[in-house]
Design a binder for this molecule. Structure first.
Ligand SMILES: Nc1ncnc2c1ncn2[C@@H]1O[C@H](COP(=O)(O)OP(=O)(O)OP(=O)(O)O)[C@@H](O)[C@H]1O
Ligand SMILES: [Mg+2]
Length: 251
């Protein structure tokens, strides 16, 4: 779609005989938080990997700022301003917290790193205390915060987050969600993958539900209401329970 920051059109991904994603259409506009909900095995991480260049599509296209990116290598997509917080986090385990954070900024002008470090440390003070520690020795939750911090260092236009709340204590989950809202207010678009629908919908502008590789519902969040856009253009309000039922289908 013209004018979208990210536009995914009929994207399919196969793993051998398994069709993990089938004709997925999805957009993210500048300034939006869009959440992609779905149960285990729905294809959420596969979509994220295809968007950043870690999974090869078998069909369809991905545009970023109206430029086709589905054949670009990962670094080129990062250089365009797409950052990721992936499942498994992808930190460099033998490098320190400080080095991992510096890596996050290596594809952009490094003029004002101090300001970015300031933002990361005010969001996640524990990282400041552990700057010289090797990333591989951080706890799971600390690694998750480091992955988020590293993504912030890129000053991305779009940040892709794969279940950022996974494995984190509730108070840290709250911090992560506040941090997502805060980088979004500062102008970064967010595509947020979550199984915690309630939490994700509390900050999202729009949502998609993925079930067994297909988008089965899409809509927007309007105050307390979830408004589903049907294929014929009708808009229906649905409850959170109905939405959860839609994504539990097929799991
Ligand atoms: N490298 C791979 N080879 C073969 N099959 C794969 C591979 N990666 C994922 N799959 C399969 O593709 C489907 C989608 O997996 P994916 O990891 O995208 O799901 P997900 O929605 O992220 O699930 P979860 O919520 O558990 O993280 C699953 O059935 C999975 O087993
Ligand atoms: Mg996943």
């Amino acid at each position: 779609m013209m004018g979208s920051l990210l536009a995914v059109d009929k994207l399919s991904v196969r793993y051998g005989p398994v069709l993990a994603l089938s004709d997925v259409n999805l957009t993210t506009s500048a300034g939006e938080i869009v959440t992609l909900l779905g149960s285990n095995g729905a294809g959420k991480s596969t979509l994220m990997r295809a968007l950043i260049g870690l999974a090869i599509p078998s069909g369809g296209s991905i545009s970023f700022n109206d430029e086709k990116i589905e054949n670009m290598p990962v670094e080129s997509r990062v250089a365009l301003g797409i950052a990721t917080v992936l499942e498994g986090r992808g930190m460099l385990p033998r490098m320190t917290v400080l080095e991992n954070l510096q890596m996050g900024a290596y594809l952009r002008a490094n003029d004002s790193l101090d300001e970015d470090f300031g933002k990361v440390f005010s969001t996640f003070p524990v990282l400041k205390e552990r700057l010289k520690q090797l990333a591989g020795t951080l706890s799971g939750g600390e690694q998750q915060m480091l992955a988020f911090g590293r993504a912030m260092m890129l000053r991305p236009k779009l940040i892709l987050m794969d279940e950022p709340s996974m494995g984190l204590a509730p108070v840290i989950v709250e911090k992560v969600f506040e941090a997502i809202e805060s980088i979004n207010r500062a102008g970064t678009s967010v595509l947020l993958i979550e199984q915690n629908a309630r939490m994700a919908l509390s900050i999202a502008h729009r949502f998609y539900v993925l079930s067994v590789g297909s988008i089965v519902l899409a809509g927007k969040v309007s105050g307390e209401k979830l408004l589903v856009e049907r294929t014929d253009g009708r808009v229906d309000e649905i409850s959170e329970e109905e939405l959860e039922a839609a994504y539990l289908e097929g799991s």
